[in-house]
Design a protein around this ligand. Structure first.
Ligand code: NAP
Length: 272
């Protein structure tokens, strides 16, 4: 469990002691949603922040604000004007910009910051992973020969695949890809996780997919494509994870709740 830097917490501890500490969760992930749920009914006033990428985001157990802050400076302004006592960066492991901004804004405003970070998946026997540097790296690694490629990387990472129109792409996303990819062969699959291994295996088999491009997202919700690939002997071109800012971090929602109690100087109730 990471400890709290008493200098950084300093004055705000005195201010928040008389009221419910304000917690801002930078979200867009299952963990962020679960943390908001875990904090409901506890002595914290929680707000969840979403980027606004998804048209119909999943419901949250706390008030939600939507949209960018305007860089690190905008986030720092938000933290000050909303008197945020604790900032939780529970964004996706590949949401590199907002995590960097969170670290900068937290430092500027002396707001204690915790990263709730999903550990990456580890390759096991039977996995055939090729680590690639983002979409451009995946395009290079896929090579010239036509393949049937399952792209499970998010809509914002798709455009580089237009430079490799020889492949047939199968693109799974929560919202439609608009505009569609400028390639002759693309099949769009609208779906929201969590997914299951039998369903993903059926998807891979029925479409004769022979390559997968994915992010090492960690967690359970999208791991099924990895186990399905393993069982079918399909290679996975896995995006290298971006670096994370240096700040205290935990891997589970329970640890994050625990950290908040400790940071706020509150007694941790039994069962947390
Ligand atoms: P990003 O590249 O790190 O951030 C780009 C900009 O989007 C940020 O500078 C910020 O705008 C805004 N932003 C990002 N997350 C935000 C949040 N939670 N609340 C308010 N503004 C936010 O982010 P991304 O990779 O596009 O991810 C966007 C969202 O989707 C995140 O919430 C992330 O957790 C979620 N998500 C991402 C992935 C992924 O693979 N990247 C996968 C699943 C879910 P300003 O600079 O204007 O503040």
């Amino acid at each position: 469990m990471p400890t709290i830097d008493s200098h950084r917490v300093g004055l705000s501890m005195l201010v928040l002691s008389a009221m419910q500490p304000n917690v801002l969760i930078l979200g867009g992930t299952t963990e962020a949603r679960e943390l908001a749920t875990a904090l409901s009914g506890r002595p914290f006033a929680t707000t969840v922040s979403l980027a606004g990428r998804t048209a119909a985001p999943a419901a949250q157990a706390a008030p939600v604000r939507v949209g960018g802050f305007g860089g690190a400076a905008g986030l720092a302004d938000y933290l000050r004007s909303n008197k945020i006592d604790f900032l939780i960066d529970a964004t996706h492991p590949y949401a590199e910009v907002i995590s960097a901004n969170a670290a900068l804004a937290a430092a500027q405003t002396c707001t204690p910051l915790l990263g709730l970070r999903r550990p990456p998946w580890q390759a096991v026997d039977g996995d055939f992973w090729v680590e690639v540097a983002g979409s451009e790296g995946a395009v290079r690694a896929l090579g010239r020969s036509p393949r049937r490629v399952f792209l499970a990387v998010g809509r914002q990472e798709l455009s580089p695949f237009c430079s490799a129109p020889q492949h047939h792409y199968f693109i799974r996303s929560v919202d439609p890809v608009d505009p569609p990819l400028d390639v002759p062969h693309a099949t769009y699959i609208l779906a929201r996780g969590p997914f299951t291994e039998p369903a993903d295996r059926a998807l891979l088999e029925s479409n004769s997919i022979n390559a997968i491009v994915a992010k090492n997202s960690g967690g359970d919700a999208t791991y099924s494509k990895i186990t399905a690939a393993r069982s079918l002997g399909i290679p996975v071109f896995m995006f290298k994870r971006p670096p994370v800012p240096d700040c205290p971090s935990v891997a589970t929602v329970g640890e994050a709740v625990d950290w908040l109690y400790q940071a706020a100087g509150l007694e941790v109730p039994r069962g947390v």
